[in-house]
Every structure is written in structure tokens, then in C-alpha cells.
Design a protein around this ligand. Structure first.
Ligand code: A3D
Length: 320
């Protein structure tokens, strides 16, 4: 049986980490594309030379011709520009919309059967643009944000409770931005919901509120420290877990930016919700009931995504 093929469009900080992780986990052969000539070839060669030491088999190819992504089973897109200190994710919209259109068209041409994971910001809008440009079905095109946001939430909670990160589950809904909705009552330590842990005296409501806020600001905290770019290790690990669930038909329930057609009262937008990822791509969208407060936060987040989609539509109509 031939190995799976994973194509990475964008070979920067996240792209390089994705290539290394996909190799270490033996997800398949890896093709790395970037417009910066030589760089994807160099990274592919460097990672290939780590394989004998680490003991994995994967063919690594790099290049600046889109034909190298041909026939990919999974495509992960990080092409574009990241944030610098003082910039919001939304400031990237002008440049990255154009990049998504080009990349989407190339995926439609060379890898029309792939499962596509977009990471480029502003995430929820960029995945919408890329899906349209690619012509791929909406269940095969998703955005990575929720796995990262909930992993940040889990990290902070595990630190607060002094328990293993493995025993903390967290639930984050909504767009990837300052309006994301970490759902406290659906987040647990070994199945015990966070509000019960407050009652048990494990933490206080004030500390929990501070952790929720730190999760919302998780990306900015790292941008401020790095000074020259944004987070890349955890974003790469998060996207790899989504690719793994698709390639192995694991049917994991993961929060991803998925195309909604009426669920949660949202139509034709990509927003972060829990979904089942298996061999069919997004196989099911999990629609949970929200209380009034959660619904208000979710609607606010959806409103922020909708505003950005309108900005893109206006930009495009002014061009034509
Ligand atoms: P970076 O290291 O700059 O890599 C981006 C790469 O894209 C560079 O190597 C560029 O040469 C390349 N590129 C630019 N234009 C094109 C093009 N037209 N075609 C192909 N490649 C191109 O950035 P990064 O890897 O740190 O981040 C990549 C993206 O992910 C940015 O938009 C970030 O904002 C975003 N990001 C998203 C999250 C989410 O959770 C959604 C987290 C972290 C970063």
C-alpha cells in the first residue's frame, strides 16, 4: 500500500514544524511548498537528514512549483504573513486573502480529493476564502484554531490544579480571536466540570475568570514575547492531531472552524464548533445547547467573523 501524502503550503515557522512532526509520527510522505525559493527544499532536506537518527521513514520533498502537492491526501495551509507585536489577526486580511485565493486554486487543481486544514489568519475568514477558491466540498476544508485554543486552556488549567494535562478536557467555541468562547461548564478534570471544582475549593471563580481571559489572549501573549512572529509549536501540533484523525479515521471529536449551514443559527460561515473528524472529513457537527450567557458570547464571536467576511466581500467587489 502506498504511503499517504501530506502537502504543506507555507514552509515558515509553522510549516517547518509541521513537516518535522508529520515525519516523526510517520503520517506519510511530505511535500513542502513555499514561494521563497530554496527555503522549502532546504527545510525538507534538513528534516530528511534527521530521519535516520530519529528512525522514521518518510520521503521529504520541497519546492516552489505547485505541482509538488499533486495527489496529496492532506494539505495544511500556513502560507501568508503572521502577526507582529501591536497587530491584530484582522490586520492581515488584505495580504492573506490574495494568498488564500491563489493557494485555493492550486489545491483545486492538484489535490482536489485532499482534506484541507487552513491555519493562516484571520482564520475563520481565510478558510472561507480558500474553500470558495478551491471548489472543494465544505466537509473537506476546515480551519485549525479550536484545538490550539482549548490546548492553551488545558495547559493553564492543569497548571492551576497541579494535575496532568492529559486529565484536563476543555471546550472552546466561536471564532479564533479575542471573542472566542471558552466554555467553562463543559470543561473538566477527569469528567468533573470546572464549576464543581470551584465548589470543591480547588480554585476560585476569580482565578478561573483570569485563566479564561489568558486563554483568549494566548496568541498575543506569545507574539509579545517572540517579537518577530507568532506561536508555531502548539499550532503545528494541533493541526497534526486533526490530520491524524482524518488519515486514521479515528473519528476524534475536535473543535475546528467548520462550515455551518444553519447549525447554531449560523449560515454559510466558518466558525469554531465541535465536529467529528474521520475518513469522510467533517462527518458530524456537534450542536450543543448554550445557556443565555454562552449564546450571547457565541453570537458576539460570530458577529466578528461575519464583519470580516463582509470586509473581504467589499474588497473583492471593489477590485472587480
Ligand atoms: P511564517 O513563518 O511567516 O510562514 C509563512 C510562510 O508563508 C513564509 O515562509 C512565506 O514565504 C510563505 N508565503 C507567503 N506568501 C505565500 C504564497 N503566496 N504562497 C505560498 N507561501 C507563501 O508564518 P507562521 O508559519 O508563523 O504563520 C503562518 C500563518 O499562521 C500566519 O498567518 C499566522 O497568523 C497563522 N497562525 C494561525 C494560528 C491559529 O491558531 C489559527 C496560530 C499561529 C499562527
Amino acid at each position: 500500500m502506498a504511503r499517504n501524502k501530506i502537502a504543506l503550503v507555507g514552509a515558515g515557522q509553522i510549516g517547518g514544524t509541521l513537516a518535522l512532526l508529520a515525519g516523526l509520527k510517520e503520517l506519510g510522505d511530505i511535500a513542502v511548498f513555499d514561494i521563497a525559493e530554496g527555503m522549502p527544499d532546504g527545510k525538507a532536506l534538513d528534516i530528511a537528514q534527521s530521519a535516520p537518527v530519529e528512525g522514521f521513514d518518510a520521503k521529504m520533498t520541497g519546492g516552489s512549483d505547485y505541482s509538488i502537492i499533486e495527489g496529496a491526501d492532506v494539505v495544511i495551509v500556513t502560507a501568508g504573513v503572521p502577526r507582529k507585536p501591536g497587530m491584530s489577526r484582522d490586520d492581515l486580511i488584505g495580504i492573506n486573502t490574495g494568498v488564500m485565493k491563489t493557494v485555493g486554486a492550486a489545491i483545486g487543481k492538484y489535490a482536489p480529493d485532499a482534506f484541507v486544514i487552513v491555519i493562516t489568519n484571520p482564520l475563520d475568514v481565510m478558510v472561507w476564502v480558500l474553500q470558495q477558491a478551491s471548489g472543494l466540498p465544505t466537509n473537506k476544508v476546515v480551519g485549525m484554531a479550536g484545538v490550539l485554543d482549548s490546548s492553551r486552556f488545558r495547559t493553564f488549567l492543569a497548571e492551576e490544579f497541579k494535575v496532568s494535562v492529559e486529565d484536563v478536557t476543555a471546550f472552546v467555541l466561536g471564532g479564533h480571536g479575542d471573542t472566542m468562547v471558552p466554555l467553562v461548564r463543559y470543561s473538566t478534570v477527569a469528567g468533573i466540570p470546572l464549576p464543581d471544582l470551584v465548589k470543591l475549593g480547588w480554585t476560585t471563580q476569580e482565578k478561573l475568570d483570569a485563566i479564561v481571559q489568558r486563554t483568549r489572549d494566548g496568541g498575543a501573549e506569545i507574539v509579545k514575547l517572540l517579537k518577530t512572529g507568532s506561536a508555531f509549536y502548539a499550532p503545528a501540533a494541533s493541526a497534526i492531531s486533526m490530520a491524524d484523525s482524518y488519515l486514521k479515521d479515528k473519528k476524534r471529536v475536535l473543535p475546528v472552524a467548520a462550515h455551518l449551514t444553519g447549525q447554531y443559527g449560523v449560515d454559510d460561515l466558518y466558525v469554531g464548533v465541535p465536529v467529528v473528524i474521520g475518513a469522510g472529513g467533517v462527518e458530524r457537527i456537534v450542536e450543543i445547547e448554550l445557556n443565555a450567557d454562552e449564546k450571547a458570547m457565541f453570537d458576539n464571536s460570530v458577529g466578528a467573523v461575519k464583519t470580516l467576511v463582509e470586509v473581504v466581500k467589499k474588497m473583492e467587489s471593489e477590485k472587480s
